[in-house]
Ligand binder design. Structure first.
Ligand code: FAD
Length: 475
């Protein structure tokens, strides 16, 4: 009974639920579908697509060691996926398809169409929980609905985990050779320009590297995570988001690594560990929200009343924000960090998102799209959740009146201006005091090269507060 493993966002051999299940059922062939039209429609960033391809090349080698051939097929979009899969099943004499579940609306519709199509042709289909610790819908309030408040969701998750911890699957034993040759992995895909060598070198491919990054983070940084995680100049966070999003490492592997450092304690012991586990649970929370409230993955606000906000059409200001030319160093440094590295520090994601959606009063969806087009870790649930949190349109989001001031955020979290100088060389010569707010010191030598602020912080803050206060159901 030949098994087909359809790889998507699970590019690893260790602790891969669908791979282990397929190989336990019989001789297994793996398949990856390149779908450029769909990726463009989803705003997937070129650096992310390149990261997928580089990881596929590593994965192909590892699958080769298990005698699992990796086939590559290209179709433009997900409409064409059911037929493409059926064709491969017929070519290879496949009796069962295995995949790890994905949770966006389009992903679920695609998988439903695949299941209907294949089952009609006599091929069975099995999906597995792998990307998350819990199946969406299985962690519920007492009244049987999805949690909307993170702290309550977190508490319920910790209770479940303290009773039963999901185990990691070992890499399966090699199967007998099938005599099928793996396809070459494409090195580029039309529509997705190759990123710079500098960017690529920051994100080496492969699960061996991801495991080393996890081990080094746990060893060197995890214990102080709660103290350093908000400082963008420091390497205080794991930088594993791209690996988690592409499934090069699993959530269970991350959780077990943290727990073994903390003598198995989930909610006590090292504050660094418990804070990091919290962040892993934010990831879980937003994916559950995506399934429980699918409108958020269809460009809708979680809080419907915020759809009435009077978003401004301000193309010049939007472009200044995108290109890192707002005149606020912390915003500009962060936006340039994302353009050049494909990643932005979490504190800064919140600061720039709040600046766009509150101070500029530009629709958060513009920012969400720009992030997706540039992030190597771009993930629908986390990105949408982060944007809606910052714009106060989401579930359990920041209260609308708690606006971050970009200058005081900069002074607080980058006190020496080390991060600012790294990304804004034109401010290199400014003192520790002046670098956060060069417009206050425009007579200083060289500062004129840097733009003046595009917005007055006080007036724009008042404008945002008014916009929210005037909403029909605002509290
Ligand atoms: P660590 O601090 O080491 O955290 C470990 C892991 O937990 C991360 O790798 C990530 O998988 C998860 N995580 C941490 N914080 C969050 C969070 N707030 N929400 C959800 N998951 C979290 N994260 C993405 O993975 N993809 C995105 O597209 C994305 N877009 C964001 C947009 C905005 C506006 C905001 C405010 C946040 C966004 N985040 C996103 C969440 C967070 O910023 C990143 O996960 C984090 O910066 C990644 O760095 P790290 O791997 O060093 O994280």
């Amino acid at each position: 009974m030949t098994q087909l493993l359809w790889l998507r966002s699970d590019l690893r051999t260790s602790d891969n639920t669908a791979l282990a299940a397929a190989m336990a059922c019989g001789p297994t062939v793996a398949l990856y579908l390149v779908t450029p039209g769909q990726w463009l429609a989803h705003d997937d960033a070129p650096c992310k697509v390149d990261f997928w391809l580089r990881n596929l090349a590593e994965l192909s080698t590892r699958l080769g060691a298990l005698n699992v051939p990796l086939l590559i097929r290209e179709v433009d979009d997900w409409q064409a996926v059911p037929d493409a899969l059926l064709k491969v099943c017929r070519e290879q004499g496949v009796q069962r398809l295995h995949y790890n579940d994905e949770y966006g609306v389009n992903e679920q519709r695609r998988d439903h169409a695949v299941t209907t199509h294949l089952e009609a042709a006599g091929i069975s289909v099995r999906g597995y929980l792998d990307q998350l610790l819990f199946t969406p819908g299985s962690v519920q309030t007492q009244s049987g609905s999805y949690f909307k408040v993170f702290s309550q969701f977190r508490k319920a998750c910790l209770t479940h985990l303290s009773i039963s911890l999901p185990a990691c699957e070992p890499v399966p034993a090699a199967q007998a050779p099938l005599g099928i040759t793996s396809d070459p992995i494409p090195t580029t895909v039309t529509g997705f320009p190759r990123p710079t060598d500098y960017l690529r070198a920051l994100w080496p491919a492969g699960e061996a590297f991801a495991q080393r990054r996890l081990a080094a983070f746990v060893e060197d940084d995890l214990n102080e995570y709660h103290q350093r995680r908000d400082l963008p100049a420091e390497p205080g966070t794991s930088q594993l988001s791209a690996y988690l999003a592409a499934g090069v490492i699993s959530i269970r592997q991350c959780l077990h690594a943290a727990l073994s450092y903390n003598q198995g304690e989930l909610d006590s012991g090292s504050t660094g560990v418990t804070t990091w586990i919290n962040e892993l649970l934010w990831r879980e929370f937003y994916k559950h929200i995506l399934v429980g409230y699918p409108r958020v993955s269809m460009y809708r606000a979680f809080r419907p009343e915020t759809e009435a906000l009077p978003w401004r059409r301000a193309p010049y200001e939007l472009e200044a924000w995108q290109q890192g030319r707002t005149g606020f160093p912390i915003i500009d440094a962060a936006m340039r960090q994302m353009q050049e590295t494909g990643w932005m520090h979490n504190r800064l994601r919140m600061v720039v998102a709040m600046f766009l959606s509150k101070n500029l009063l530009i629709d958060w969806r513009e920012g969400e799209r720009w992030f997706m087009r540039h992030l190597i870790d771009g993930d629908l649930a986390a990105n949408n959740g982060g944007w809606q949190w910052s714009a106060s349109t989401g579930t359990d989001s920041v209260p609308y009146f708690r606006l971050f001031n970009p200058i005081s955020q900069s002074q607080r979290f980058d006190p020496d201006g080390q991060f600012l100088r790294r990304w804004l060389p034109e401010l290199q010569h400014l003192s520790r005091r002046d670098v956060h707010n060069p417009s206050a010191h425009r007579n200083l030598f060289g500062v004129t090269e840097y733009p003046a602020p595009i917005v007055d912080l006080g007036a724009s803050r008042a404008r945002a507060l008014d916009a929210f206060r005037n909403l029909p159901d605002a509290q």
